[in-house]
Write a new protein. Structure first.
Length: 263
């Protein structure tokens, strides 16, 4: 019996979510052993009897496999026998923990394609989602190098090597566009028109909320004091942008502008 990676993904999605919390590592190992044993119809009777985590994970995997009948493959419990399917624990880890490293064969530089929270990442932050790797390679017409030594790769990580020019093209596609999007977002954040709109909205809301909490209050007498709180609704660079690129001659002028809106 042949099981596709897509089918195994569905089994894992139905039975468990993996966490990157090291304090739960021992529990995750027991559950992984249970899933491995269930897929190979090789129950550890002692663990099944004495360990509730093992028992639950084993039963869940058997149940999920028995219900998975899409794509014409019957994975019912009575077919999960050793003669028809055998998956090693290392293969199971690789299926569960997927990431793709795109490596520059000339320099050793690496682009990491993985989903946020993937246990295979460790402390690394991915450059893009795992599914984007082959899509970008295909779209740009890049050619992965064959017969490269991947003996030192991390468990659960597929490694694809590219020549220097292809890797640089992929790096620009992933990193260059991301940097452009970030720069565009920063420009919008510090745009003086956007900052002025936020300032005016803050002032109007501050006055309305104060009146709601203090019916009948005269805002003229409190507006200046309320205006002093405006700064704390902006990042330091945003506040400086208001002061130095806005229509103000100084901080007092800015506070007066806010106080007039409040009152």
């Amino acid at each position: 019996m042949k099981i596709t990676k897509r089918q195994l993904r569905r089994i894992f999605e139905q039975t468990t979510q993996f966490h990157d919390d090291r304090s739960h590592k021992e529990e995750e190992d027991v559950e992984e052993i249970a899933r491995y044993d269930a897929l190979n119809n090789n129950m550890d009777k002692t663990l099944y009897r004495d360990n509730p985590d093992y028992r639950q994970a084993y039963d869940d995997m058997i149940s999920a496999a028995g219900n998975l009948d899409e794509e014409g493959t019957d994975l019912s419990c009575n077919q999960l026998d050793e003669s028809k399917m055998k998956i090693t624990r290392r293969q199971l880890r690789q299926i569960i923990k997927e990431a793709i490293d795109i490596t520059n064969a000339s320099t050793g530089e690496v682009l990491i394609f993985a989903d946020e929270g993937d246990p295979a990442l460790g402390d690394f932050k991915p450059d893009a989602p795992e599914l984007a790797a082959r899509d970008v390679i295909k779209r740009l017409g890049l050619t992965p190098l064959e017969n490269m030594d991947d003996s030192d790769r991390e468990p659960g990580v597929e490694e694809i090597y590219l020549g220097a020019e292809d890797w640089a093209e992929m790096d620009y596609e992933i990193g260059g566009k991301r940097h452009k999007r970030k720069a565009k977002k920063e420009l919008a954040r510090l745009n003086i028109d956007n900052l002025m709109t936020r300032l005016e909205d803050w002032a109007a809301n501050a006055g309305e909320e104060y009146v709601a909490d203090n019916p009948g209050v005269d805002l003229q007498g409190i507006a200046w004091d309320l205006a002093q709180g405006a700064e704390y609704s902006f990042e330091p660079d945003e506040w400086n942008a208001l002061l130095y690129t806005g229509p103000f001659e100084g901080e007092d002028d800015l506070y007066t502008y806010v106080a007039d809106i409040i009152a």
